[in-house]
Design a protein around this ligand. Structure first.
Ligand code: PEP
Length: 255
């Protein structure tokens, strides 16, 4: 991390986990552990937990995010939630383009761009996920693929709006598998994404961009990953469901 240039952000992605009472209990346990965080802290919870999470985090340093939003403002889109609906509730963040949505829900680079645009228009901060599959890495196309995902996702995003974009580099082969990218691999791709931002915008924009690593980050490996100069935080799945583990990652990011 280079804290002189940019914010470190530790965000939890709870995925499809926790009932409302469980969500409240987890946040209550997390609050004292996050109270003195030396980084921004966010929990991205299921839609059904947003109201609970907002109430439980009121007056704290923990931000609340959703895990997806639709790109239309309203209309006949059964089962979907708009960015404006999230904003109206007081939600601050939304994950867009998570690999599980790309894999299981037909999310494409183009729909990621549309959702990113909609979230920005509604005033949300976007945690934009990019990352290669194992096959892409083995075929030597990680750089091209992640650059393409980044460029398409940011189509039509102004330089001013970049302050509300956090990029999460998440190699798909490392998500939920216990197989973490080495700190050198994480730093290499985060640094490459930064170069893409510099080309699309300018060097100052790239230097100021928070780029997280995500993929089996946990209490044990967080410090090493976060020590890398281009890794500005983490998007954490499994380990965000246990307050002590998530708290330890927050501590590692604060150092
Ligand atoms: C994620 O869901 O974004 C993630 C990184 O999951 P995990 O930490 O469980 O690999």
């Amino acid at each position: 991390m280079n804290k002189a240039l940019r914010k470190a952000v530790i965000a939890g992605n709870w995925k499809m986990n926790k009932t409302r009472p469980e969500a409240k209990a987890l946040i209550e346990e997390l609050k004292p552990l996050a109270a003195n965080a030396g980084c921004d802290v966010v929990v991205c919870v299921p839609f059904t937990n947003l109201e609970t999470a907002l109430a439980a985090t009121a007056g704290t340093n923990i931000g609340v995010g959703a895990q997806n939003c639709h790109f239309k403002e309203s209309g006949a889109y059964t089962g979907e939630i708009s960015a404006a609906m999230l904003k109206e509730m007081g939600v601050g963040y939304v994950i867009i383009g998570h690999s599980e949505r790309r894999q299981y829900f037909a999310e494409t680079n183009e729909t990621v761009n549309l959702r990113t645009r909609a979230a920005l228009d509604a005033g949300l901060t976007v945690i934009l996920c990019v990352g290669e599959m194992l096959e892409d890495r083995e075929n030597g196309i990680t750089e091209e693929l992640v650059a393409l995902q980044t460029k398409v996702a940011l189509k039509g995003v102004t330089r001013e709006e970049l302050s509300r974009i956090i990029i999460a580099y998440e190699p798909v082969w490392a998500i939920g598998t216990g197989k973490t990218a080495t700190s050198a691999q994480a730093n290499e791709v985060c640094g490459m994404i930064r170069k893409v931002i510099a080309k699309l915008y300018d060097q100052a924009a790239a230097d100021g961009m928070t780029i997280q690593y995500g993929g089996s980050m946990n209490a044990k490996n967080a410090a090493e990953l976060l020590a890398e100069p281009d890794v500005d935080g983490g998007l954490i799945g499994g380990a965000s469901l246990k307050a002590p583990d998530f708290g330890a990652i927050i501590d590692a990011a604060g150092k």
